[in-house]
Design a protein around this ligand. Structure first.
Ligand SMILES: C[S@@+](CC[C@H](N)C(=O)[O-])C[C@H]1O[C@@H](n2cnc3c(N)ncnc32)[C@H](O)[C@@H]1O
Length: 266
């Protein structure tokens, strides 16, 4: 899968994209990330990519023409279909503007985007990008949360990270993304590793029992408990069995505190 990122600050991506799982995925060619410096597509001596807003007001706005020139270079022939009155889309890629005004990113959007062969990500800065770019080029706007950041670079990295780990082969264990938080509409159960006891804190006995069915039931229960306690609204859309509903009724009635049976023993 390929990501093309349009940014004024390509140097910000060094580090996050070079390390750990993403670094390995890039090295092995499972994902490709091309960083495009918007200033390379300016035409004046000072490489000016922003200008003051029409109508006045504070802040600067990223100019449309450098972005359009970049699109010309990457996707020759892109543009609105003449007379069709539809937004111009780039061929072979989905164009996303990272924006505080976009749809909040969640795991279902991440899964959908992981099915695309190529994403063109526009990182805004200052007050944002000239609206004509959004009209002509952008397929969707995505926000990483209801707060305002200084630029779209961190949101672009968040999106790349979340999408890339769903690309087959990027994670070592193929089962991992299926079990984790949000994949079934629930938060994930807690994790423990060796030693079985540290500073008086014991791992829940069931996890040491070797009884796979008991472990499965415990994990499901903890997953339901966490979701009920922390994000109860997720339960409305979650895929729940009759057993899950019974467990939730018990939990709501106060049945078993967090890891009660196991933790109270220590
Ligand atoms: C200072 S912000 C511009 C905010 C804009 N004037 C507004 O009120 O929506 C600069 C850039 O950061 C990015 N950005 C800021 N907050 C974001 C968020 N929550 N999610 C995604 N991108 C964000 C966008 O690319 C935006 O163009």
């Amino acid at each position: 899968m390929r990501f093309d990122v349009v940014t004024l600050f390509p140097e910000m991506f060094t580090g996050p994209l070079d390390s750990s799982i993403l670094g390995r995925a890039r090295q092995s060619g499972l994902i490709e990330v091309a960083l495009h410096d918007l200033r390379d597509y300016t035409e004046d001596r000072h490489r000016t990519a922003d200008d003051t807003p029409y109508g006045g007001g504070a802040g600067m706005v990223l100019k449309a023409d450098p972005v359009f020139r970049l699109a010309d270079a990457l996707f020759p022939g892109w543009g609105p279909k003449a007379g069709a009155g539809v937004k111009g889309k780039v061929p072979g890629a989905r164009c996303i503007y990272l924006s505080a005004q976009g749809r909040p990113l969640d795991q279902s959007i991440v899964s959908r985007l992981a099915g695309e062969p190529r994403l063109l990500l526009l990182a805004g800065h200052y007050e944002g990008i000239d609206e004509r770019v959004l009209d002509a080029l952008v397929d969707e706007e995505i926000s990483i949360g209801d707060y305002v950041l200084t630029g779209g670079e961190l949101p672009a990295m968040v999106l790349i990270d979340a999408v890339a780990r769903l690309v087959p082969g990027v994670l070592g264990q193929p089962a991992s993304p299926l079990e984790e938080s949000f994949s079934e509409g629930l938060l994930e159960y807690p994790h423990y590793t060796r030693p079985a006891e540290t500073r008086g804190h014991r791992v829940p006995d069931v996890l040491l029992s070797g009884d796979h069915e008991a472990v499965r039931r415990w994990r499901r229960r903890e997953s339901l408990r966490r979701t009920l306690e922390r994000r109860p609204e997720l339960l409305l859309a979650a895929d729940l069995s009759r057993e899950d509903h019974e467990t939730l009724r018990e939990l709501a009635a106060g049945g078993g505190g967090p890891g009660e049976e196991e933790k109270d023993e220590s």
